[in-house]
Write a protein of this length. Structure first.
Length: 241
């Protein structure tokens, strides 16, 4: 069930798409809903995306697609076909006690919950790259359905807003499967020039690697292939309210 503001925003986006063929800007949404800041719009859009009413399209500014409408807006069915891109599996949860210094990203099943406890290895920048991932700081319980049957997993706390249009907010905990390979379009943990770690969408162009933000305020950054090392691929995220 949608809140009043969520319903108002969904209706506003849908009507604008029907009228102009393009979604409204964040400033237009903010004005239409009489909100004081665009951060409120980001939260409403994330909520609508998590509930399956809209989809944000990668690599394009202001790219929002209405997938379905609630019955109150004449919906009841899907409005568009599925598209490629990360669809975050979001769960709410809390964080455990701090881990001991030097702890590793071991998997530890949580009894009778269908979950596995992962180590939060540190903070990852969703913005300008920051220094490489720190030592383990805490633990978080992750549903087993979010984890691959093969490979190791770890968690990182997101800092910054450059991936907000992919549904990844500042303060979220992202679940990462360790891998050194990535396909174009994957959201990855990238180690840049051996000492800076960042969370970005990966794209290879010849011998160059482009790291794309999911926020039009941040530019795409290009590196030679020897400057970027993939350390994992995003498989889910956990949000604490």
């Amino acid at each position: 069930m949608l809140t009043k503001k969520q319903l108002q925003l969904l209706e506003f986006i849908h009507k604008r798409l029907q009228k102009d063929g393009v979604p409204p800007s964040f400033d237009e949404m903010k004005t239409a809903l009489d909100l004081r800041s665009k951060s409120g719009i980001h939260r409403l859009i994330t909520a609508l995306e998590e509930r399956g009413f809209i989809r944000r399209l990668a690599h394009r500014a202001r790219a929002i697609e209405v997938i379905r409408l609630p019955d109150s807006l004449g919906g009841g069915g899907a409005l568009g076909a599925a598209s490629d891109g990360f669809q975050p599996k979001v769960i709410t949860g809390g964080r455990g006690d701090s881990a001991e210094d030097g702890a590793t990203a071991e998997l530890k099943p949580v009894a009778d919950t269908g979950a596995t406890e992962l180590t939060i290895m540190g903070r990852i920048a969703a913005g300008v790259p920051i220094e490489a991932i720190n030592q383990a700081a805490a633990h978080v319980a992750v549903p087993n359905a979010m984890l691959s049957s093969s490979g190791q997993h770890y968690a990182l706390e997101v800092r910054g807003d450059s991936m907000i249009d992919a549904g990844i907010n500042d303060g979220d905990v992202v679940v990462i499967r360790e891998t050194d390979a990535a396909d174009n379009g994957d959201i990855v943990v990238a180690l840049v020039e051996g000492h800076e770690a960042t969370l970005k969408r990966f794209e290879r162009k010849g011998r160059m690697i482009e790291l794309h933000a999911a926020n039009p305020a941040y530019p795409t950054r290009s590196y030679t292939e020897d400057q970027v090392k993939v350390q994992g691929r995003l498989v889910g995220l956990i949000r604490t309210y």
